[in-house]
Design a protein around this ligand. Structure first.
Ligand code: NAD
Ligand code: IPM
Ligand code: MN
Length: 353
């Protein structure tokens, strides 16, 4: 029997409401399978913790987490704490310090999920975003000069290293090769004359090792337009940290909404734990109502199972989500239903049985 130790950070707002449900799904998968089991340790870190202690997590938080096989995170963010503090000191800190440089975000329209695009069949929206997750526009480097004076100037630097750019692009090529899919790189070399010209060049360079992969290169503005007008153009997609952030919310919008959008922050070398979290935030507008859709968090937990070596369980969970959506019953309000978070998961667990 394989045993996995999982660190759970429920976080803020709807985070605890949805993460609780993804833990139930993981436990049921383990029980049914019989070949593996989980132990969960819960960490009450986040904005509530910050308001009590002045820190988003304890000083040795990263060290504590480094002992785990993986991390499940709900969401971080509360109107009472500035976002640049809460997110940079917890979520972005973990992604960075554990070198989780791959952010894998499926944009896949399941049958039964709502899609605002007219005349699009589910199989026409089936992308996998490989978002750079460790540097780029999120480097956190810059300066605030002459603060609060009329001369004030801010500089926010993007950092694109050869190592950082090559490794994410190579990862995407490997994926495209393995899955026999096209690879689209999204950048913005016409305006960002250093970072994105560099990105395009590395995309081309690494591509020489993958002559079998059919590639496309798009400017980010055109890519946003095509995701809406002609989403079937995209299969595997690789892009920078910020562009990936924005485009995967757009992806969520065309593939069932934030309540169905999953993400995995991977350290592919497994030197550090990887972290699995829905891509939505703490949704303060619905927090506490127990109506958040748990399926994005559950889908992220399915990605965790894949990463631990059980892709068959990821497939089974996705199939169960698919059945639930097609049934049109026990769905949360974002999917047009009236069910609560728990009822929705209960129904999912029944399909999974
Ligand atoms: P959000 O994703 O929290 O919410 C956007 C909209 O989507 C809201 O109307 C919300 O109700 C809806 N929504 C999100 N998840 C849902 C779910 N599971 N079921 C049903 N509806 C859902 O984005 P926001 O409002 O821009 O951000 C709120 C806070 O979360 C901010 O503090 C932000 O910085 C933070 N945030 C955190 C993460 C994270 O921890 N990974 C991600 C994004 C935003
Ligand atoms: C996401 C979120 C984060 C990001 C924020 C909360 C820092 O929007 O995971 O998509 O921008 O990466
Ligand atoms: Mn985002």
């Amino acid at each position: 029997m394989k045993k996995y130790r999982i660190a759970v950070i429920p976080g803020d707002g709807i985070g605890p409401e949805v993460i609780r449900e993804s833990v139930r799904v993981l436990n049921q998968a383990a029980e049914t399978d019989g070949g593996f089991e989980f132990s969960f340790d819960w960490f009450p870190w986040g904005c509530g913790y910050y308001l009590k202690t002045g820190e988003m997590m304890p000083a040795d938080g990263i060290k504590i987490l480094s002992d785990y096989d993986a991390i499940l995170l709900g969401a971080v963010g509360d109107p009472a704490v500035p976002d640049h503090i809460s997110l940079r000191e917890l979520l972005l800190r973990i992604r960075h310090d554990f070198d989780e440089y791959i952010n894998l975000r499926p944009v896949k329209l399941l049958r039964g999920a709502s899609c605002p695009l007219a005349g699009v069949r589910p199989e026409e929206i089936d992308m996998l975003f490989v978002r750079e997750n460790s540097e780029g526009e999120y480097s956190g480097q810059g300066a605030w000069l002459y603060k609060d004076s009329p001369q004030e100037v801010v500089i926010q630097d993007s950092v694109f290293s050869r190592k950082g750019t090559e490794r994410v692009i190579r990862y995407a090529y490997e994926l495209a090769k393995k899955e026999k899919k096209t690879l689209t790189s999204i950048s913005k070399g016409n305006a960002l004359n250093y970072s994105m010209v560099f990105w395009d060049r590395i995309f081309e360079e690494v591509g020489r090792d993958y002559p079998e992969v059919e590639t496309r290169s798009l400017l980010v503005d055109a890519a946003a337009m095509f995701m809406v007008r002609d989403p079937k153009r995209f299969q595997i997609v690789v892009t920078s940290n910020l562009f990936g952030d924005i485009l995967t919310d757009l992806g969520a919008a065309i593939a069932g909404g934030m309540g169905l959008a999953a993400g995995a922050n991977l350290n592919p070398e497994r030197k550090f734990p990887s972290m699995f979290e829905p891509i939505h935030g703490s949704a303060p507008d619905i927090a506490g109502t127990e109506t958040a859709n748990p399926l994005a968090a559950v889908w992220s937990a399915a990605q965790l199972l894949h990463f631990l070596g059980y892709p068959q369980w990821e497939a089974r969970i996705l199939q169960a989500i698919g059945k639930l959506l097609v049934s049109r019953e026990h769905l949360t309000p974002d999917q047009g239903g009236t069910a609560g978070t728990r009822e929705c998961t209960d129904a999912l667990l029944a399909y999974l049985r």
